[in-house]
Design a protein around this ligand. Structure first.
Ligand code: C5P
Length: 223
């Protein structure tokens, strides 16, 4: 039996994970957060003192990387690094830059490609990332490109960081978002771009409920 895949791509802070989680619940699909996998590799690079921009060193690191994805009773995707649950730690802002840097390495993308495709072979999935509709699951039944202005995304990210008890000032968050957008869109390996057949959804100024309704409708039309 074939499984259904929904791809949600877009820049950081556009609300992909919040939306994809809710959509997965509504559709009864498994939510796969691919950014969390890159973040886990970013954390490994940081912990091991590996320069994330050094292709050779990162390739060596991959040989010893033990990364696993596990779904727990809370229904959430947990990331395990050598058996240790690092789900919370990978959300620290400094890990974002490491994740972005390691994810530009072609060896890293190749390493994670099978892991991501394998999920889609065994479950109905809603997968979020940067290259899901273009590279990982080009045959996904529904593709969404979710975006919002950098300012809107920075405001949301600030609110999220505050909720987590790790507040940061708006200007710093905005600068990081702009820098990550630049790196993610200009890298040679699987850059962030909208798939031709992806539905573009701009959440600027929209509430979570409004965005959710638009997305669910866009996906249902494709299934
Ligand atoms: O989505 P999130 O912010 O958690 O992703 C962290 C970083 O991982 C991104 O900035 C991006 O560089 C990288 N990433 C990627 N491809 C994906 C998912 C994430 O390159 N499919």
């Amino acid at each position: 039996m074939g499984f259904i895949s929904v791809a949600v791509d877009g820049p950081s802070g556009a609300g992909k994970s919040t939306m994809a989680k809710r959509l997965a619940e509504a559709l009864g699909y498994v939510y796969v957060d691919t950014g969390a996998i890159y973040r886990t590799l970013g954390l490994l690079a940081r912990r091991s003192g590996t320069d994330p921009e050094d292709a050779q060193a990162v390739s060596e690191l991959l040989k010893r990387a033990d990364i696993q994805l596990r779904y727990e009773a809370d229904g959430l995707q947990h990331m395990l690094l050598s058996g240790e649950d690092v789900t919370a730690e990978i959300r620290l802002p400094e890990i974002s830059q490491y994740a972005s840097a390691v994810s530009a390495q072609p060896a890293v993308r190749a390493f994670l490609l099978d892991m991501q495709r394998d999920m889609a072979k065994h479950f109905n999935v809603i997968m979020d990332g940067r290259d899901i509709g273009t590279v990982v699951l080009p045959d996904a039944q529904a593709k969404i490109f979710l975006t919002a202005t950098p300012e809107d995304r920075a405001s949301r990210r600030c609110a999220e960081l505050e909720d987590r008890g790790t507040p940061q000032d708006y200007e710093t968050v905005l600068a990081e978002i702009v820098e990550r957008d630049r790196k993610d869109s200009t890298r040679a390996a699987a850059p962030l771009r909208r798939a031709e057949d992806a539905v573009l959804v701009d959440t600027t100024g929209k509430s979570l409920d409004e965005s959710f309704a638009i997305l669910l409708d866009a996906i249902r039309r494709k299934l």
